[in-house]
Design a protein around this ligand. Structure first.
Ligand code: FAD
Ligand code: FES
Length: 286
């Protein structure tokens, strides 16, 4: 499925490619010391029209522009959510914004996760750190259309218990009888009773039916992708049923500048989601 933008994506006219719309922050709350959630509305309540796994280019005058994944379900159309980790100038400036402030939005861009391939299949969601944000849109979509998908298994690894994103929602997801949600941390704090170790240490704790499972993953540095892929291959999940979302430095977001290029592919338009089959033919992709 990867390699092309979804049917719903229509490229803006050439002279409007870089023109953001000024959107309003209608709600915001802190998730951890370094992560903040923003609910955003386009002018006139216009729909963003994204699919799960797509991103927008967010801009702020004087600070620049960055790709941020939409982390809310496409089922919800009056507004959308972004989870922003504070790592540099732009993201720190975004963290200082509050309800009523405006940000520039371009997009949605990219291809998104293969929700059609996941229908009737078990869905294994593997998330590392901030990777849970884009995957939350997949999880919310599965839970909103529960009869369409098989079992949902979410494996989520993060640095410490204080870094767990969407902790309140994880507790709700765990109530779904057809889902299994496991969390692991690298550095436990006092009172942590869950798993300790990287996200792949959770694989032996769940039952995976390899032929009937589609995997979607966003797991941080390349070494984690290689480790997840190697474990899934050992379990017997075929490459064409494994989908990774990649993060690369981006500028234009629309396939023009080449900043995100891997071989002849642009991560911004041909990805960010690629099947493991595709990645094996893309030099140094993971
Ligand atoms: C498709 C896509 C989706 C993304 N979704 C999210 C999201 O949902 N939430 C979120 O918080 N961030 C997301 N990011 C990352 C985000 O775009 C960067 O963190 C942002 O550009 C940082 O801007 P800054 O000016 O604050 O920091 P900068 O000063 O630009 O960078 C700070 C540090 O982060 C590193 N960095 C910046 N961008 C990247 C990148 N793309 N990959 C690896 N390292 C990088 C820099 O090398 C530097 O060390 C996404 C990136 C991509 C490509
Ligand atoms: S960011 Fe410009 S080509 Fe992808």
């Amino acid at each position: 499925m990867s390699g092309s933008a979804p049917a719903s994506w229509s490229r803006p006219a050439e002279d409007q490619l870089y023109q953001p719309e000024m959107a309003e922050i209608v709600a915001t709350r802190s998730l951890t010391d370094s992560d903040r959630l923003f609910e955003i509305q386009l002018p006139g309540g216009k729909e963003l029209g994204q699919t799960a796994g797509q991103f927008v280019q967010v801009s702020l005058f004087g600070f620049g522009e960055a790709p941020i994944s939409v982390c809310s379900s496409p089922v919800r159309t009056d507004s959308f959510e972004l989870c922003v980790r504070k790592v540099g100038g732009l993201t720190a400036a975004l963290h200082s914004l509050r309800e009523g402030d405006k940000v520039g939005i371009r997009g949605p861009y990219g291809n998104g996760f293969p929700l059609d391939c996941m229908e009737k299949m078990d869905c294994l969601v593997v998330a590392g750190g901030i990777g849970l944000a884009p995957l939350r849109s997949v999880i919310q979509t599965i839970l909103a259309r529960r009869d369409v998908y098989g079992r949902m298994i979410v494996l989520y690894g993060t640095r410490s218990p204080n870094d767990i994103l969407f902790a309140d929602e994880i507790a709700e997801w765990q109530e779904d009888p057809a889902s299994q949600i496991l969390v692991t941390v690298d550095h436990p704090t006092e009172g942590w009773e869950g798993n300790v170790g990287v996200v792949t240490t959770l694989f032996p704790k769940v039952e995976i039916d390899p032929a009937n499972t589609v995997v979607v993953a966003l797991v941080g540095p390349p070494v984690m992708y290689r480790s997840v892929l190697s474990d899934l291959t050992e379990i017997g999940v075929p490459d064409q049923q494994i989908f990774f979302s990649l993060e690369r430095r981006m500028e234009c977001g629309v396939g023009k500048c080449g900043h995100c290029q891997i071989d002849d592919r642009c991560v911004c338009v041909d990805g960010p989601v690629f099947s493991a089959t595709d990645l094996k033919h893309m030099h140094e992709s993971i």
